[in-house]
Design a protein around this ligand. Structure first.
Ligand code: PPE
Length: 305
């Protein structure tokens, strides 16, 4: 449950209780909205910075474009609003959640003239997959739900309604006692987790499904590919099967919320030694260095408060 902190709503910071919408909001009925998940960290020098804020806001506007939602704010205005909110709420570390949705006006799927609403919330959010996940790794199962497909959905957009697919797969996995689900695409290749991209280590090389797969083009995924290559590790973007995951040396998941989370078991098979492996450890540590301003090569990833 997010703390009841003030929220940026349609251009101003309002008390938590005032950040509301009408029950006839179009997006509530039909799921045409867009969102982002962003994190701010307190850096090694004591200053707070938002990680890859510009890329997240660019993706938010791209998602809106795909969903035919006309937003009147620019990327720069959304960056400014996020920084102002964190300062206002005195948050040194936070998860930031921008949301764009269609408010009241007309009803029916055909409605095109509803007001476009924009909110940005921020609250402290700990380890996404549980306190022990980052160190001990998580247990996954293959979902009975197929990952949304490119013929009927927009896999590169964070459109709210598309997340029914993730919510159902996540709830199914959790009720069966797993931390998270792996979703396969319509052909049976590995796509991603319900809110994370996936990496696999085989014979010292790193593999991840290609950008053209039915996956979100994760900003963390791109960050990890960059830092792995800078550490002179080989990263290959290739279609992967479930079988390859079972016999891999290491598997890890990544996302803004999940950060870099090792995987210790999939569908009852122990992965590698059943604990965080050496490459996951290295990548995780390099990732935390990057988000905490301890990587001099990538200062451009940080927006200081
Ligand atoms: N795949 C999906 C389906 C996804 O939702 C996310 C982010 C990712 C991959 C990783 O993307 P990125 O954050 O750009 O590296 N999921 C967000 C929402 C999680 C939630 O429960 O809500 C997140 O990590 O913030």
């Amino acid at each position: 449950m997010p703390e009841k902190l003030p929220i940026w709503l349609d251009g101003e910071i309002v008390p938590y209780e005032k950040a509301t919408t009408h029950v006839l909001s179009h997006s509530l009925h039909y799921g045409v909205g867009a969102f982002e998940g962003i994190r701010a960290y307190k850096g090694v020098d004591g200053r707070s910075a938002v990680f890859r804020l510009r890329e997240h806001m660019e993706r938010l506007l791209d998602s809106c474009k795909v969903a035919l939602i006309d937003v009147s704010y620019t990327v720069d205005q959304l960056i400014e609003a996020s920084v102002a909110l964190l300062k206002h709420n005195r948050l040194a570390e936070a998860y930031i959640r921008p949301l764009v949705w269609l408010g009241e006006g007309s009803m029916g799927v055909a409605a095109v003239d509803n007001e476009v609403r924009v909110a940005i919330a921020a609250w402290p959010w700990g380890a996404y997959l549980g306190a022990e996940a980052l160190e001990k790794g998580v247990r996954l199962c293959t979902s009975s739900y197929e990952r949304i497909g490119i013929r009927s959905h927009h896999e590169k957009a964070k459109i709210t309604g598309q997340y029914v697919n993730s919510v159902l797969a996540k709830r199914e996995a959790m009720s069966a006692g797993f931390h998270e689900a792996i979703m396969l695409d319509s052909q049976g290749y590995v796509a991603e987790g319900t809110g994370e991209n996936l990496f696999v280590v085989m014979k010292g090389e790193i593999y991840t499904p290609p950008a053209g797969a039915s996956i979100l083009a994760g900003i963390t995924r791109e960050t990890l590919i960059t830092i792995a290559r800078e550490a002179e590790l080989t990263v290959r973007e290739e279609a992967l099967t479930r079988t390859q995951l079972y016999i891999a040396d290491e598997v890890f998941m990544c996302g803004t919320a999940a950060e870099v989370t090792p995987v210790r078991e999939i569908d009852g098979r122990k992965i590698g030694a059943g604990e965080r492996g050496p490459i996951a450890t290295r990548i995780q540590s390099d990732y935390f260095d990057a988000v905490r301003g301890n990587n001099p090569r990538h200062k451009e990833w940080l927006t200081y408060l």
